[in-house]
Write a protein that binds this ligand. Structure first.
Ligand SMILES: [Cu+2]
Length: 250
């Protein structure tokens, strides 16, 4: 590519990141877009070691006529083969590769929960925030480390939507609804396009990776984070299965 775009990103003051949330540190690196010919693929399954903790259902404390009395906890969503859903898997410290994602991501307020629970995104993308519910919601994204509010959108009726830019600097975003304290979502806003969120069977696929050795990170909101070294060869698929340990009960 003749004119690779260069993304120079400021390093955040590390003191802003509380020790309690070191797992939630953002990815900070310089990233250059280049043409990737004959890249490799990383695929795998994320599983929990041991059984998933039983988490009591969420007790609905507001809008029970619409939301119901309780909602099953979405935190440990494990498929029949033990695959763990809603794990964000991404490459860390990759400095060059394919173009960043540019489509508009979405976050839907639906059945008094956020959908999706976890997703990845790139700096420069927009987010469409939408309500499919006939009750008042808000969508309140915050920096997960500092709790700094990014914006706070009121969604007064079904069909209401707002499209906003994501923050200019990569960060882990925790989203809450100020009307329903049980509503949470997570957005991994990254400075490279090599990320995937595990499906309901725990599978993930990351494509078009330039040959090389990288650090692959898997993050789950309750089971924490694990890093693995992965070597990608041109045109080949490398399998990277990951086990997380359910050490934290939300
Ligand atoms: Cu709500």
């Amino acid at each position: 590519m003749k004119n690779p775009m260069h993304y120079g990103l400021k390093i955040l003051n590390a003191s802003l990141i509380s020790s309690a949330l070191l797992l939630a540190r953002p990815v900070l690196a310089d990233y250059t877009v280049v043409a990737v010919a004959n890249g490799g693929t990383i695929e795998g399954v994320v599983k929990l070691s041991g059984a998933a903790p039983q988490i009591v259902p969420i007790e609905v404390t507001k809008n029970r006529d619409y939301c119901g009395q309780s909602i099953p906890s979405p935190v440990y969503s494990v498929g029949k083969d033990g695959g763990l859903q809603n794990v964000e898997v991404y490459l860390k410290d990759i400095t060059k590769g394919k173009a960043l994602s540019t489509d508009t991501i979405s976050l839907v307020n639906e059945h008094c929960m956020f959908n999706p629970r976890v997703q990845g995104a790139n700096v420069g993308q927009q987010i469409k925030i939408l309500s499919n519910d006939p009750v008042m919601h808000s969508t309140h994204p915050q920096n997960a480390s500092t709790n700094a509010t990014i914006y706070n959108i009121a969604l007064p009726f079904k069909g209401f939507s707002v499209t906003k830019p994501l923050p200019a600097v990569p960060e882990l975003i925790k989203v809450k609804c100020d009307a329903h304290e049980w509503m949470h979502a997570w957005i991994w806003e990254l400075d490279n396009p090599y990320f995937a969120t595990t499906a309901d069977n725990g599978h993930f696929t990351i494509k078009d990776v330039p040959p090389g050795t990288y650090t692959l990170v898997a993050w789950h909101e309750a089971a924490g984070e694990k890093s693995t070294s992965v070597t990608v060869a041109a045109g080949k698929t490398v399998t990277a299965d990951i086990q997380l340990t359910a050490t934290k009960t939300p």
